[in-house]
Design a protein around this ligand. Structure first.
Ligand SMILES: Nc1nc2c(ncn2[C@@H]2O[C@H](COP(=O)(O)OP(=O)(O)OP(=O)(O)O)[C@@H](O)[C@H]2O)c(=O)[nH]1
Ligand SMILES: [Mg+2]
Length: 384
């Protein structure tokens, strides 16, 4: 069958939407404002302040606002715009030593281990009507305590894995011994560093070591960001608090915001919200910043497709080759991939049309080894 460009009516018949594999998990101590942030991020209506150890996590989706979509939709006269999405989970977590829990429960660990990145909500707001599980407001203690929990969880996984590999080594065939011995050496090294308080994400490991470890879904290996949840009376100190935590934890990206205010603002129209924001001294774009930083934390880049039917943003992990990116749009496009026609977003905007970009030689034809970049506008050609 002849090559068929994206946007061809026959394309409509294909099942367009594939599940997005990347997931950010909101974590943090009890009553830090996780569910409030979840609602602010996803427009969700999950009940806040309703922690129970049996509570299921909230699972939602955040659309990624991208001003490039509107520009491209105008250029390509698209009927509609479809933004990219990130999956967000709000996981309940009770800290070791608090009256309602002894560490992270196995259920929570299960959710955390499948997350690709962690957004840690750090309680900075003081409110006597919302008791802190450890009795006082102390962001540094909370961050360190959470880190300890992640470390304990990883040590338990590594110890179990080590026992299993050592056991298997006893009856291993000569051809399997070398790789199993190498795994034992790696696990012991990683465990030793972890015992010296070096999280796996900060350990110096080869990409092969990281590939081996990836299967264990270790928590301190996951990228993490700190979200300082400040009270609405402290908004004028937002950047000071952010700076303080950034200095204390240079390995983490730190953002400060008032999750409750951001959630409440969703109920107002944009004019009222802007007025309220100004009155409260709350900088605009706090949630957008959380979203864009989450994309970065997840290691995602955005490419775009255009057509008269729709202009759409898609996210893929950095380093994704063109055929796999095509597979995000539809699995048939990956299977029958021929080539990709790529224009840089900025070039397309400057040319004003695909036709003009083609004329000026700014449309590149790329093969299966092409690595997709953020802002690529792509037309995949494929065989069915
Ligand atoms: N004063 C104040 N209260 C807040 C703020 N953010 C959240 N809260 C309140 O803190 C309480 C807990 O908020 P949640 O969002 O449920 O916190 P959580 O971390 O999900 O709590 P658990 O699920 O119980 O662990 C609620 O009563 C919120 O209204 C804030 O910025 N200021
Ligand atoms: Mg909650």
């Amino acid at each position: 069958m002849a090559a068929r460009p994206v946007g061809d009516p026959a394309h409509e018949m294909l099942q367009l939407k594939l599940p997005l594999p990347m997931k950010a998990a909101i974590v943090g101590l009890r009553h830090s404002g996780k569910t409030t942030l979840f609602n602010a991020l996803t427009g969700g209506l999950a009940e806040v302040g309703s922690y129970s150890s049996a509570l299921r996590p909230n699972i939602g989706v955040r659309k990624v606002d991208d001003p490039r979509l509107e520009v491209l939709a105008r250029i390509s006269h698209s009927a509609r715009m479809v933004p990219a999405e990130i999956n967000v989970t709000d996981v309940n977590y009770a800290p070791r030593g608090s009256h309602d829990g002894g560490g992270i429960s196995a259920e929570v660990l299960g959710y955390l281990s499948t997350a690709d990145a962690l957004l840690q909500v750090v309680r900075c707001f003081a409110d006597p009507s919302v008791p802190h599980p450890l009795g006082s407001i102390d962001p540094v203690r909370d961050i360190d305590s959470f880190d300890l929990e992640l470390t304990f969880a990883d040590l338990a996984v590594l110890e179990r894995r080590l026992l299993r590999v050592q056991d298997r080594l006893k009856s291993a065939k000569p051809s399997e011994r070398a790789s199993q011995q190498a795994e034992v050496v790696l696990l012991e090294r990683v465990k030793g560093e972890l015992e010296r308080d070096v999280p796996i994400r900060s350990q110096s490991l080869s990409s092969e070591d990281r590939r081996t470890l990836a299967g264990y879904q270790l928590l301190t290996a996951k990228p993490m960001m700190l979200l300082a949840n400040i009270g609405d009376t402290e908004l004028d100190r937002a950047s000071e608090i952010e700076q303080h935590l950034s200095n204390r934890y240079p390995c983490f990206r730190v953002l400060s915001l008032c999750a409750r205010l951001e959630m409440e603002l969703l109920e107002l129209n944009s004019e009222e919200a802007a007025e309220y924001r100004e009155a409260m001294n709350a900088a605009p774009g706090a949630i957008d910043k959380v979203v864009s930083e989450s994309l970065r934390l997840l290691g995602l880049v955005t490419f775009l497709t255009i057509g008269s039917d729709e202009t759409r943003a898609w996210t893929v992990p950095q380093g994704t080759p063109a055929p796999q990116a095509a597979g995000r749009v539809h699995s048939d496009m990956e299977k029958g991939f021929i080539r990709a026609e790529v224009i840089r977003y900025e070039d397309l905007v400057e040319c004003g049309s695909e036709h003009e970009a083609r004329k000026r030689g700014l449309l590149r034809v790329e093969g299966k080894d092409y690595i997709v970049h953020d802002g690529d506008v792509i037309n995949f050609l494929f065989n069915l």
